[in-house]
Design a protein around this ligand. Structure first.
Ligand code: PEP
Ligand code: MN
Length: 337
C-alpha cells in the first residue's frame, strides 16, 4: 500500500499511520521524494481496507501497489529516480555513456582506453577486476591489483568507475575503490549478495539475468531497495533465445516497459547483448531511440589481444563514431548526450 499525505499533514498524523501499519506487521518506508510525504507499507501481512487508512487525519490518498515489487514500482515513486555515480547523473536528461574494457589487464591498457573514451564523451569508466568466467581456466581478472589500477586512472581522468562485485566476501573490498558496484547477469538472483549490497551506500548497477523476466529483474532490485539502498540502475544486456546470430538477444522492448512500471533508470549494454563488434553501433542507436538512460559499451585498444570479450570490443575510434551518432540522435527523443 502506498500512502500520500496532505501537504500540511503533521508529524503526529504521520506517526499514527506508521504505527497502525507497523502493528499489523508491515515495514513502513518513506519514499525519497522532495514533494509530499509518501509512505509504503511492505511485507506479507494482510493489508487493512484502503478506506480505513484513507479516513485517517492527514492522509490524502491510499492505494494498493499492484506490482509484486513495491519500492521499485512507479506506484510508489512517480518521478524517475536520478542516480549519481560520482558527479554523473543517470536518469536525468542526459543519455550517459559508460565505456571501457571487459576486463582490466594492465595500467597502460586502462590509461589508453580511459583517455580515448573520455575524449569522445564517455562519462563513466568500466572494467572488471573480478570476472565471472564460464570456464575456470579462463582469465579471472586481476583482483585487487585491477581495482588499484582503476582508482589510479580515476585520479588521472576524473572519470568515476563502475566495476563488478562477484561475491559477498569481496563487497567491502570492491566498495573501497568503486563509485558504482556492478551485479552481473549471472548474479542477478544471488540474494545474499543483493542483501549485502542493499546495506552498502554505493550505487548498484544491476544487470538482467540471461533468462530473467522483467518482473524477476525488478524483484531483484527490490532486494536492494528493501535493505535501504535506493541507488539502483538497471541494465538490459540481452537474454538467451534460440536465435544464434548474436551472442544474446538484446530485448530493447524492456526499456519502455521497465520505464512504465518502475522509477529506476535503465541502461542498455549492446556489447554483451550482441557479442559482435559490428552490431554494437546499430543497436546503440536503437537503444537511444527506445529511450535508454544510458549505454554500457566495451572498448579495447587492441581487441584481438583482449583477455575477454575481444570480439565485441570496439576500437576507440569506433567508440568515437558511436558517441557522435548518439549525440545526433539524443535530441530526437528529447535527451542530450
Ligand atoms: C560484463 O559487464 O563484463 C559482464 C560480465 O556482463 P554480464 O554480467 O552482463 O554478462
Ligand atoms: Mn564482458
Amino acid at each position: 500500500m502506498v500512502i500520500t499525505f496532505e501537504a500540511n499533514a503533521t508529524a503526529e498524523q504521520l506517526h499514527a499511520v506508521e504505527a497502525k501499519l507497523r502493528d499489523l506487521g508491515f515495514q513502513v518506508v518513506r519514499a525519497p521524494s522532495t514533494g509530499r510525504v509518501v509512505l509504503a507499507a511492505v511485507g506479507d501481512g494482510a493489508l487493512p481496507p484502503l478506506e480505513e487508512v484513507r479516513v485517517m487525519p492527514g492522509v490524502a490518498e491510499a492505494l494498493r501497489i499492484p506490482e509484486p515489487f513495491k519500492l521499485a514500482s512507479r506506484s510508489f515513486r512517480q518521478e524517475t529516480s536520478v542516480i549519481r555515480i560520482g558527479d554523473v547523473e543517470i536518469g536525468g536528461s542526459a543519455v550517459v555513456l559508460m565505456a571501457g574494457p571487459c576486463t582490466i589487464e594492465s595500467e597502460e591498457q586502462m590509461v589508453k582506453t580511459a583517455a580515448a573514451v573520455r575524449a569522445s564523451g564517455a562519462r563513466v569508466l568500466r572494467g572488471g577486476a573480478f570476472k565471472p568466467r564460464t570456464s575456470p581456466y579462463s582469465f579471472q581478472g586481476l583482483g585487487e591489483e585491477g581495482l588499484k589500477i582503476l582508482a589510479r586512472v580515476r585520479e588521472e581522468t576524473g572519470l568515476p568507475i563502475v566495476t563488478e562485485v562477484l561475491d559477498t566476501e569481496t563487497v567491502e573490498l570492491v566498495a573501497q575503490y568503486a563509485d558504482c558496484l556492478q551485479v552481473g547477469a549471472r548474479n542477478m538472483q544471488n540474494f545474499s549478495l543483493l542483501k549485502k549490497l542493499g546495506r552498502t551506500r554505493k550505487p548498484i548497477l544491476l544487470k538482467r539475468g540471461m533468462s530473467a523476466t522483467l518482473e524477476e529483474l525488478l524483484l531483484s532490485a527490490e532486494y536492494l531497495l528493501a535493505e535501504g539502498n535506493y541507488e539502483v540502475i538497471l541494465c538490459e544486456r540481452g537474454v538467451r533465445t534460440f536465435s544464434d546470430h548474436t551472442r544474446n538477444t538484446l530485448d530493447l522492448s524492456a526499456v519502455p516497459y521497465v520505464q512504465r512500471i518502475s522509477h529506476l533508470p535503465i541502461l542498455v549494454d549492446p556489447s554483451h547483448g550482441t557479442g559482435k563488434r559490428q552490431k554494437v553501433l546499430p543497436l546503440s542507436r536503437a537503444a537511444v531511440a527506445v529511450g535508454a538512460d544510458g549505454l554500457m559499451i566495451e572498448v579495447h585498444p587492441h581487441p584481438e589481444a583482449a583477455l575477454s570479450d575481444g570480439p565485441q570490443a570496439l576500437l576507440p575510434e569506433m567508440f568515437a563514431e558511436l558517441m557522435r551518432q548518439v549525440r545526433l540522435l539524443a535530441p530526437v527523443v528529447g535527451r542530450t548526450a
